[in-house]
Write a new protein. Structure first.
Length: 272
């Protein structure tokens, strides 16, 4: 297990089941730690606009979720417990006892699992564009079969189109294109394994018992995803809810300034 230092910036650790995880750190290990967990189909770089402003005051930790980026790609279906244990392995490798956790989409679900099952490890919790339960097993089964049959080319364009607002796709077309390409190069086994998590995960029973101070961030507008994020915040007793100005599934990418302002306010507030 390598020692990860700010001078090196990255390294690899081995998770609970032998999966090799690519980890990237910034700032100094003597600063308060903050852990970022990525969305399905993306890697640690989705948080580039967030970690830059934080590295003077925080020890930033990111990793590529299993099946993504430079991390290992175990075959077969993944579970939310696997993802949560991966996060724990990263914390243990860096000797981090207690941390602020920021997760987007399935990364937010992983953060929820961590806060529910290992509450002493979570200082604060930031949940972006996620919910505790999706369901729709037939939809996920169809998507898994599609990926297994034809690879990521069969879903990359459509997935990015669902995630991004029309404004983003029109005004920031080059960024949208890069997002499609990142989805396209994601390993099919990794994406399919994550789809199994989204099909099966149900953390609703754990929400009332969460103790970490929580920020839920939802996209602008009044769509079903925003409503789901608001319901998530209502169910967590210690949670506050913030909407960023623009729609879309990736609020930290579409509205980085508003996202960062909400994150910074939350990080610097006293724990209630």
């Amino acid at each position: 297990m390598p020692s990860l230092t700010s001078a090196e910036g990255f390294g690899f650790i081995e998770s609970h089941d032998g999966c090799r995880l690519h980890v990237v750190v910034g700032g100094s290990s003597g600063q308060p730690p903050i852990l970022f967990i990525n969305s399905i189909g993306l890697d640690h770089s989705m948080w580039d606009r967030q970690v830059g402003p934080l590295e003077n005051d925080w020890y930033t930790v990111r990793y590529d979720s299993r099946g993504h980026g430079r991390s290992g790609v175990p075959r077969g279906e993944y579970t939310i417990e696997m993802l949560g244990l991966d996060a724990l392995a990263v914390l243990d490798a860096l000797d981090i006892e207690r941390v602020v956790v920021v997760g987007s989409s399935i990364g937010g679900m992983t953060a929820l699992w961590l806060a529910a099952n290992h509450p002493k490890r979570v200082e604060k919790l930031v949940l972006a564009n996620c919910t505790a339960h999706i369901g729709k097993p037939a939809m996920w089964a169809e998507r898994i079969a599609q990926i297994q049959a034809g690879g990521m080319d069969t879903i990359a364009e459509a997935t990015a189109s669902r995630w991004l607002s029309d404004t983003f796709k029109t005004e920031r077309a080059e960024e949208a294109r890069r997002l499609v390409e990142q989805l396209r190069v994601t390993h099919p086994d990794g994406f399919a394994g994550m789809c199994a998590v989204l099909r099966d995960v149900d953390l609703r029973d754990s929400l009332p018992s969460l103790t970490a101070q929580t920020l839920v961030i939802g996209a602008g507008g009044s769509g079903p995803e925003t409503a789901a994020a608001a319901r998530l915040a209502d169910t967590i007793s210690s949670a506050e809810f913030v909407q960023v100005p623009h729609g879309g599934h990736l609020s930290n990418l579409e509205s980085p300034d508003a996202f960062n302002a909400a994150l910074n306010c939350f990080l610097t507030s006293d724990i209630s």
